[in-house]
Structures are given as structure tokens and as C-alpha cells.
Design a protein around this ligand. Structure first.
Ligand SMILES: [Zn+2]
Ligand SMILES: [Zn+2]
Length: 171
């Protein structure tokens, strides 16, 4: 079969992406190639949010993705991880929901960055879309899918439980 030509062309469309950070007055400006964004969309299509977040939190490679896709998405993942890592520092590895630093007595910092609007659908890396949570609360959120009320800064669970964030410096 003949290869289709004229699809890629010589024009590389770039997207300027501005991310919010943990500081009110600081932003990260990044130029991301349109191809990178397309690759990322393909790479995460149909994947579980939890798995994508695990990749972001721990810098895992998705071995099922092709080499090219992996190379193209590394930049976006690194940026996401950087914003999450900075937020973890801001909260000194404490969960914003319960205030606990689980693992502290073991010198283990196992807190995780959660995307309020799921990244698989929002593709939103902004710090205002990320929350720092302990592994237990992270699992509970993904298990029960509560609604996040941004005005009250609280999660509303299906059983009616309302839980305000005990720690917040950036939302
Ligand atoms: Zn917690
Ligand atoms: Zn999450």
C-alpha cells in the first residue's frame, strides 16, 4: 500500500501553554508542539485516570505506548510532575483532605497529586486543577467519584457526606 503523503508537511504548529503554579503570581510558559498534544491524546485515550496519574506521580514509562509517543509525551509528563512535586513541597507532603502525612514516621513521602477535573478528559496540568492527597483519600476519591465544590472547597460524596479541605494554600 502506498504511503499517504502530504499529511505531515513542514509546518509545525506550536501551542503556547501557560500553567498556573503554586504561587499566585507565577506561571510556567511552555511551548508544546501540536504533535505532542495529539500524541498525548492518543496515548491516554481509553486509559484509566488512576493509571495516568500514577505515571505522572512516579515518572513511569507507559510500556504499551510506542517509542515516538513516549518521546513526545515526556515533556508534558515532566511538566505535570514538576507542578505536582512543587505542590507536594508546598504542603510538606500532607494530605489536603485529612491533613495527615502518612509515612512520616518511616521517612516515607507517599503523598500523591490528584487532578480535580480528570486529566484524561481535561488535559489540564494547572496547579489549580491539582490537589495533594494521601493514598487512602486518593483511592476513595476514585472509588466514589465525589463532586468537588470549588466555592466551599469541599468534596460532596454520594452518601451525602461533605468534607472540607483541611489544608489549602493554592485553590
Ligand atoms: Zn488523606
Ligand atoms: Zn486522582
Amino acid at each position: 500500500m502506498a504511503r499517504k503523503s502530504g499529511q505531515t508537511g513542514f509546518f509545525s504548529r506550536n501551542i503556547q501553554v501557560i500553567y498556573t503554579t503554586e504561587y499566585d503570581d507565577s506561571y510556567v510558559l511552555e511551548t508544546i508542539a501540536a504533535d505532542d498534544m495529539t500524541s498525548l491524546k492518543h496515548a491516554i485515550f481509553g486509559k484509566q485516570e488512576r493509571m495516568i496519574e500514577t505515571m505522572f506521580n512516579h515518572d513511569f514509562e507507559d510500556l504499551s505506548a510506542g517509542m515516538l509517543v513516549t518521546e513526545r509525551t515526556v515533556k508534558i509528563r515532566k511538566l505535570n510532575k514538576k507542578i505536582g512535586d512543587n505542590l507536594k513541597l508546598l504542603y510538606n507532603y500532607h494530605c489536603q483532605i485529612c491533613g495527615e502525612s502518612i509515612g512520616e514516621e518511616y521517612d516515607s513521602q507517599i503523598v500523591e497529586a490528584h487532578h480535580i477535573d480528570y486529566f484524561v478528559t481535561s488535559l489540564n496540568n494547572d496547579s489549580i486543577n491539582q490537589m495533594i492527597v494521601c493514598p487512602n483519600h486518593h483511592s476513595i476519591i476514585h472509588d466514589t467519584n465525589p463532586i468537588f465544590d470549588r466555592r466551599q472547597l469541599q468534596y460532596i460524596y454520594i452518601n451525602g457526606l461533605e468534607q472540607r479541605l483541611v489544608l489549602n494554600q493554592h485553590l
